[in-house]
Write a protein that binds this ligand. Structure first.
Ligand SMILES: *[C@@H]1O[C@H](CO)[C@@H](O)[C@H](O)[C@H]1NC(C)=O
Ligand SMILES: *[C@@H]1O[C@H](CO)[C@@H](O)[C@H](O)[C@H]1NC(C)=O
Ligand SMILES: *[C@@H]1O[C@H](CO)[C@@H](O)[C@H](O)[C@H]1NC(C)=O
Ligand SMILES: *[C@@H]1O[C@H](CO)[C@@H](O)[C@H](O)[C@H]1NC(C)=O
Ligand SMILES: *[C@@H]1O[C@H](CO)[C@@H](O)[C@H](O)[C@H]1NC(C)=O
Length: 427
């Protein structure tokens, strides 16, 4: 869950991500199931010790220790404002272990199999979240405590009957040995999570023209029931009913707009074959006569091409429930001569606010031409923009998760996305 949400952006206020308690609890639930599955696959390290039987020490070693059954109660994971992180605790865990025992008593060697039951294992751990100099989220262990309630040992095979009276002397060293290994293992897994977070790319290529910088610019903030990442140029509405929320500021979208503009992508050539066959107006000199009366007289029966381009990066404003795009465009019209030469006809400056500037030697019927230009923009430019937007952006960090029932709302200054998520744990 941390790897999924770990992104906010840039020097300027851009993206804010919130992990709500619902998301934390879901991550914990998936994680607990995953841990239970993994536990049953691991082989524990050998345990050695000695039992003083009065006439010397029996040295014992337990090898090939496997977990055969693990009753893993749902742990609790909570936001911890004091440590800027999480508190996790598991209590009442029971584990059944099996493996092989070997004893040395002087020159006498013996061996067989064993069963060990651990009851009432409690593990508490406090984890702190931070940010490293590269802007990756960091996790560190603040404290860990492990306690095993009782240990029960049974041995089989060999001369196990000789060991029987001494088994309860084995239980103490075994309990200490296992207890002492739990926190180092917990800490190792936190170090592994830290290494995974470090290895994540803090930037990624959205496409050939855009790169998104996802490094953290400020420390993570832990609230009573959420983890907040990112600057707060805008206040996201609390959405405790969803696992995750993300806010995307106008700044981010306008940066993308500037990126596309600089790459020369806001331009389009409109020709007659792109105008739907149902349109009464064609892109040819006779059809445009009502707008520019001289056109059919000076250039009879020629096709017209329109070159539409942005004069500035389109600027996007988010308003409650609406997105406003201010688009300063210019339209250049060319007549296509029979020998394919393009003869410039006129140039119009178009603003989506509806104003037009003319820059032409023709007398222009501006109202009608404006309507025509707007219609062409709507049909061609908007459909191109929609096609571009519908391609979407695949966030690399969502590879191991998918959003479930996301809800997008437009607020003043930002877009808010609230969603549940499904983690794909098989990867
Ligand atoms: C945070 O610290 C305060 C004061 O030290 C303490 O009362 C409170 O229980 C702590 N909360 C957590 C979640 O550790
Ligand atoms: C990180 O991103 C850069 C640029 O997109 C890419 O070249 C590099 O392979 C990525 N590294 C990893 C580990 O994904
Ligand atoms: C119009 O433009 C499209 C795409 O650029 C092109 O395939 C088509 O041949 C053009 N049609 C005419 C009549 O120039
Ligand atoms: C120009 O458009 C008119 C319809 O407005 C159409 O009847 C005519 O055939 C077109 N001329 C050319 C050269 O495409
Ligand atoms: C193409 O035709 C136009 C108009 O008839 C003429 O002015 C122009 O010189 C011609 N260009 C070429 C390269 O033939």
């Amino acid at each position: 869950m941390l790897m999924v949400v770990s992104c906010t952006c840039g020097e300027n206020p851009a993206i804010q991500v919130v992990l709500n308690n619902k998301g934390l609890q879901y991550g914990k639930h998936v994680g607990a199931g995953w841990i239970q599955e993994k536990l049953e696959l691991i082989t524990l390290p050998d345990i050695s010790g000695k039992i003083d039987i009065g006439i010397g020490n029996i040295l014992f070693t337990l090898t090939g220790t496997k977990i055969v059954k693990c009753d893993f109660p749902e742990p609790s994971v909570e936001f911890n404002q004091n440590s800027t992180g999480f508190t996790t605790s598991t209590s009442g865990l029971s584990v059944a272990l099996t493996g092989w025992w070997r004893t040395h008593f002087g020159i006498i060697h013996d061996g067989g199999s064993f069963n060990i039951a651990l009851f009432n294992v409690d593990v508490d751990s406090v984890i702190k979240l931070g940010k490293d100099p590269d802007g990756h989220m960091s996790v560190t262990s603040v404290s860990c405590n492990a306690h095993i309630g009782t240990v029960n040992v049974q041995v089989h095979g060999g001369a196990s009957w000789i060991l029987q009276p001494f088994l309860h002397y084995m239980e103490g060293p075994i309990k200490d040995e296992i207890e002492g290994k739990i926190c180092p293992a917990v800490e190792e897994s936190i170090v592994n999570l830290e290494l995974s977070l470090q290895a994540m790319n803090e930037s990624f290529e959205v496409n050939d023209n855009l790169m998104l910088d996802m490094s953290l610019t400020v420390l993570p903030v832990i609230e009573a029931s959420s983890l907040n990442l990112g600057l707060k140029p805008f206040t996201m509405p609390e959405q405790p009913g969803y696992m995750l929320s993300a806010g995307l500021s106008e700044f981010t979208v306008n940066s993308a707009s500037y990126g596309y503009y600089s790459a020369g992508l806001f331009q389009a050539l409109i020709n007659d074959s792109m105008i739907p066959s149902t349109s009464p107006v064609r892109l040819n000199t006779s059809s445009m006569g009502p707008f520019i009366p001289q056109l059919p007289k000076m250039f009879p029966n020629l096709l017209v091409d329109l070159q539409v381009y942005a004069r500035e990066a389109p600027s996007v404003s988010f308003l409650p429930g609406a997105v406003k795009i201010d688009f300063l465009a210019a339209v250049k019209a060319f007549a296509i001569q029979p020998n394919s030469t393009q003869t410039p006809l006129f140039k119009l400056h178009v603003m989506t606010s509806g104003f037009m500037n003319k820059e032409s030697s023709f007398f222009l019927q501006t109202d009608a031409l404006e309507n025509f230009a707007k219609m062409a923009m709507k049909m061609i430019v908007l459909s191109k923009l929609n096609a571009k937007l519908s391609e979407g952006v695949v966030l690399p960090r969502m590879r191991n998760a998918q959003l479930v029932n996301p809800v997008v709302t437009v607020e003043k200054g930002f877009i808010a996305i609230s969603s549940d998520a499904e983690l794909l744990t098989h990867t």
